[in-house]
Design a protein around this ligand. Sequence first.
Ligand SMILES: [Mg+2]
Length: 341
Amino acid sequence: MAETLEDIGEFGLISRIAKTVYTSSNLALDFRDDAALWQQGSGWLIATTDAVVEDVDFRLNTFSWEDIGWKALAVNLSDIAAMGGTPRGAFVTLCLPATCETAAVSAFYRGMSLLAEETDTPILGGDLSASAQLVANVAVIGEVESSERVLKRKAAQVGDQIAVTGVLGSAAAGLALLERGDSGDTPHGARFMAAQRRPAPRLREGRALVDMGVRCGMDVSDGLSADLKKLCLASDVAAELKLGSIPTDASLGTVFGDSFRERAIGGGEDFELLFTAPPAVMNTVEAWLSSNSLAPCTVIGAIVPGPHGAVVVRDVHGRVVPVSNEGFDHFGTAAAPLSGN
Ligand SMILES: [Mg+2]
């Protein structure tokens, strides 16, 4: 039988494409980082692109058109934040059925513009096309100061502490509530749904991390365990996480029960920053974030020697907790739609 995308998965496909395409020797990172980084004149540019697709990334009965516009831009800005960069402009391609109401399209751009204005990301252009289902693709160009002052996946060192901004699991909880038709009329229900529909890219936090001397990081889009595995693979190291340290919303247990921390580790789309740094740098970062009204960060584990890419989670007694680190693969056989980006 002919090989299909299911057989090799999204990341296998990326490796194949990387070997096939014409590319530039100016590229400072490979295709597996959160954004491309290259030198242009005396400056360093970054760029990323990401699509959101109806019934894969959202459903029209649980997302408003404003939400879809917001999220389509937010997932891209999160990749700019994941490099410690500053967005400079976005291009938006919208594919949709001709039967679509014009008011819906206006709402899409209204939602997107709210976040564009908040993050000073001008919409520079784009394209429109007809399609059976709604697809919104966004590309964002940004800037970093230099190829050194940037967050890379391959810079983790044994002895580094591992930290995340904000809380984990809220977007997964929001998705679970939306999928079960919850009305969202409790304060925590509304918080979780907002985390799923209108994630806040950590742009200011990403830049602060770079300023404080952090050099290794990425955003959490596919789930902490899966994304940390990618970071460890890129850096040729292993990681240990402390289950009890995983920061979550105080009400996460109302959605996920006693295993809420395991769900927080596995759940995708939080768009928080995951980063590593030596303890001295981490102390400065923790103090700086909390004293400057930015999202706080929490130390959740350490980079350790071990099999490359291995992520071990331990409970308070030191016992290993089984956690899936498969994450979301758009073409994997286990790919449940609506669970990753
Ligand atoms: Mg990313």
